[in-house]
Write a protein that binds this ligand. Structure first.
Ligand code: SAM
Ligand SMILES: CC(C)=CCC/C(C)=C/CC/C(C)=C/C(=O)O
Length: 300
């Protein structure tokens, strides 16, 4: 997904989920006593979730916020929108990269957050190892929120088998959340967090349903995230979306209230919410000195 402007206009589900979870987790995050927190966001996209919901809960004199994304277009868009915010920067970064991370980012953050990104990442183990390395050696925490399952993946899979669309969707599996078919996403992701070295895990799987209040709203949301449209000639986009909606109907995801004048669609999905801490790697005496700067902020 590269269309920053489109995503910025059609991301209400993502914004709704992020806001709800940030309000809930703001009090669990281990803020520094000196208030000089540094936070890196993974897969910030157009930047609005980071700046609308994380920025306001940061301590007043925070050190820095860095939004990162694999997409250069997203980073350019976010930079343009939020260049007037002091101490905030946006950088291109592939969180699943096996290459060395930029040295100015390694061990430089108290907190790593990520919303609606990790379902795009097939190698989540590598991503977690990198997130671990971004956090301070003296410890830090992360809040990671992503789709474990979503009906959009079932629709993609069906479309990818059709004669009409298979040519454009040969790599469909690389766009399906790695946990979509998992019998126990919570257990699987907890195991990955532990293997990466995280402790004090709090991993939940939230089963949710979002109702799209109209055909055009659903189509706009699909257009904003569907990676295949970039490859399909523009003249065939309407046809693709029509086939998409027909499959949604066959999967029985049409809202049952037939008296409504507008068509509504149910999207039952599973959201994985994980909070975890990186333990301190520095010797105890030095650690007491460094971590005396940390505490949990209670926000009522
Ligand atoms: C659905 S958007 C989420 C944006 C924002 N966090 C939000 O909540 O609205 C997912 C973002 O993850 C980015 N992304 C996908 N794979 C990534 C990777 N390997 N490393 C960093 N970002 C990635 C995409 O470019 C996209 O901007
Ligand atoms: C009913 C149905 C198939 C709804 C799909 C809704 C939709 C647009 C889901 C997007 C999921 C996704 C990959 C979001 C994202 O990464 O931001």
């Amino acid at each position: 997904m590269n269309q920053a402007c489109l995503y910025h206009r059609a991301n209400e589900v993502q914004r709704h989920d992020a806001e709800e979870i940030i309000i809930e987790y703001a009090k669990k995050i281990e803020w520094r006593l000196d208030g000089c927190d540094a936070l890196l966001d993974v897969g910030c996209g157009s930047g609005d979730v980071l700046m609308d919901f994380i920025y306001p809960i940061m301590p007043k004199q925070f050190e820095r916020i860095v939004g990162t994304d694999i997409s250069d277009k997203m980073i350019k868009f976010a930079k343009k929108c939020y260049n007037s915010y002091p101490q905030c920067d946006f950088k291109q970064l592939d969180i699943a990269s096996e290459d060395k991370l930029p040295t100015d980012l390694v061990g430089a953050f108290d907190h790593v957050t990520s919303f609606y990104c990790l379902h795009w990442v097939q190698d989540q183990r590598q991503a977690l190892n990198n997130i671990y390395r971004l956090l301070h050696t003296a410890g830090g925490d992360c809040l990671l929120v992503f789709l474990a399952a979503n009906p959009i993946y079932d629709v993609y899979k069906i479309l990818s088998k059709s004669i009409k669309w298979s040519f454009y969707m040969q790599d469909v599996d690389s766009y399906i959340s790695p946990l979509h078919y998992s019998p126990d996403p919570q257990k699987e992701f907890s195991q990955m967090l532990k293997e990466a070295g995280f402790e004090n895990l709090q991993v939940e799987l939230r089963e949710k349903v979002y109702v799209y209040e109209g055909l055009e709203i659903l189509k706009d949301n699909v257009k904003a995230v569907c990676p295949f449209l970039d490859r399909i000639p523009w003249s065939q986009h309407d046809d693709f979306l029509e086939d998409f909606i027909n499959i949604v109907t066959n999967l029985d995801l049409r809202h049952s209230d037939v008296n409504e004048s507008i068509q509504k669609f149910n999207s039952p999905y599973k959201l994985l919410v994980a909070y975890a801490k990186k333990p301190s790697m520095v010797p105890k005496l030095m650690n007491d000195f460094i971590t005396s700067d940390r505490h949990s902020k209670n926000i009522s």
